[in-house]
Structure formats: C-alpha cells, structure tokens
Design a protein around this ligand. Structure first.
Ligand code: GLU
Length: 305
C-alpha cells in the first residue's frame, strides 16, 4: 500500500509557489471574493481511509463538479434514453459555448458542458418533486456529511449575472430541448452548482465510482458497475472543459472540474481524490489542482494508463 498521506504532504510542500497562479472565476461575483492561495487535497483509498493535506476540510463551491452527480441521478433513472437528449462527445469548445447547439439543432454535445447540464437538470425536474433537494440529499448520503448544503448567496450571485446560461437555456428551449420553464431550469441549475463541499466530502462522494457503484460505507449498489464505467468514461473525455486532452495526458485519470477550483478525479479500484485551489487556468480548470493531480499520478505511478 502506498503511503498516500506522505505523498500528499510532499505535494502540499512543493505546490506552494504555484498557488498564486491563475485567476478566480470572477464572472460569478461571489466567487470573485475568494482569495488566491488556498489549497486542499483529500484521497480516499479502497479501505475507506481518508488521506488529506492543506485545507481539505474547507468547504468550497463545487460548481460543475455537481454535474457528475446530476448525471448519475439522471442515468440511474433514464438509462440509455438519456442519450436521446444529450450526446457523449467532447465539445472542443468552451463550457458555456453556444456554437455547437446551433449546428447540432439543440442537442448538447455532452452532459458536462453547461447546455448538456441544463438538459440533465431538466430531466431531474421531471423525476423529483424537489430536484435540487434530491441532489443535496444524494451528496449528503454519498459523502457521509449531513451538513452539505447550498450557498444561496453564490446561487443568487450567479443568477443575477447568468446571461450566458440564460441564452443557452432559451436556445435549448427553442429547439424543444427543455420540458420545463426556462427560469425554473436555470434556478435549479444555479442552485446545484452552488452546493458547498470540502475536498474530503467530494473524495468520499466519488467513492462509488471507484468501487463498482457501491458508495463508501455501504454494501448495496447505488448504480451498476457498468454505469459507473460510463460516468468515468465521460469524465475522462468531457470532464475538464476544453483541455480534456491535456488533462488526460498529464494526469491520466477521469476528472471533473468546476470553476470554484475543485477537481474530483478517480482511479477505479484504487482511490478517489479531490483537490481544491481557486486559481483557474485559461479554460477554467484549477491551475494548482491540475498540477497536484499530475504529481500524484507521477509520484504514485498509478493512473488508468
Ligand atoms: N455555474 C457555473 C456556470 O454555469 C458552472 C461552471 C463550471 O463550474 O464549469 O457557469
């Protein structure tokens, strides 16, 4: 067994000069207030041991990392029918781009770009009387933390400035891609993006993806092993914005990032890991977070490749 705690501590020491690089996501005013310099990392191994360094227990805005879990709920309920409404290909363009939607007549490229995630949110609105609460409850269960909740100030802040997402939602609606009212879909979307969790919470929540669909501390499957495979594949091919190729090359793990600076990455059969550092690179991935994950797979010699 690797000494993951020692490796994380080494990464924490070596990453220090990189923590002031990048920029926080200032298009969401509440997130613009987070200072650069924070860093936390948590890794859960197959025995359920949690290894941490830095601010691993500090909650942050999970933003698009929530899309792993909304996708999981939609896939669990709809199975392959989900793919009638959203594709499974990398977009090759920005996460909030309108371009493909017009070319492809309102069917988003994948469930992780904003347009695709809005469709998934629309699906959840059909499935649950309170879709956002279903996501929160799922995350509480999977992380084992009953205090997981929404930072309503972040949700309101994004809603007040969410012109691009409003365009995407209206565009989708014009193609018949959304069943529910645009405002309702957007509000649910902004709220699930505004869920706050720590690196420890997210690493624990991702455990079912490395454990054939069985969550941490449970014995029953949450999803089938095959569906866990599908979600991991989508994280690898679509999870890190328009630099999935570079992320796969450097890190070698399926990962999903969010503009709050978090990245959840999974090594099936070995570990689930989450890193947080708010400075983002030009495409929106945490700069130090990506580097830390690259060092983790290099230092441990463990990656899916
Ligand atoms: N709520 C953010 C948005 O829609 C999420 C973006 C992200 O984390 O990728 O712009």
């Amino acid at each position: 067994m690797k000494d993951y705690t020692a490796i994380l501590n080494e990464i924490h020491r070596e990453i220090q000069p990189h923590l002031t690089g990048g920029q926080v996501a200032d298009y969401i005013p509440e997130l613009a207030r987070i200072p650069l310099g924070g860093f936390g990392m948590a890794l859960v191994d197959m025995d359920g041991n949690v290894h941490t360094c830095g601010d691993a227990a500090r909650p942050f805005s999970i933003q698009s990392v929530s899309k792993v879990f909304t996708l999981t709920l939609a896939l669990k309920a709809l199975g392959d029918d989900l793919w009638d409404r959203v594709g499974r290909e990398p977009s090759g363009s920005g996460f909030n781009s309108l371009l493909h939607l017009e070319y492809e007549h309102g069917k988003p490229r994948n469930p992780f770009i904003n347009a695709g995630a809005l469709v998934v949110t629309d699906v959840l609105l059909d499935l649950y009387p309170d879709a956002v609460d279903a996501v929160v409850q799922t995350l509480r269960r999977l992380s084992g933390n009953p205090d997981v909740g929404i930072d309503e100030a972040v949700a309101a802040s994004e809603e007040s400035q969410g012109f691009r997402n409003a365009s995407l939602a209206n565009f989708l609606k014009s193609y018949g891609g959304l069943d529910h009212e645009v405002g309702r879909v957007l509000s649910a979307y902004f709220r699930h993006c505004a869920i706050e969790m720590s690196a420890v919470d997210l690493a624990c929540a991702g455990f079912f993806l490395i454990n054939q669909g069985v969550p941490l501390g449970e014995t029953e499957r949450f999803i089938s092993p095959n569906r866990a495979k599908y979600i991991n594949s989508l994280m690898l091919t679509c999870g890190t914005y328009d630099s999935v190729g570079d992320f796969a090359y450097r890190v070698g793990l399926p990962g999903k990032s969010g503009v709050g600076g978090g990245i959840l990455a999974v090594m099936p059969g070995r570990f689930s890991v989450c890193v947080w550092s708010p400075g983002l690179d030009a495409v929106g991935n945490s700069l130090a977070g990506t580097l830390a994950l690259e060092w983790l797979t290099t230092k441990t010699g463990i990656s899916i490749f």
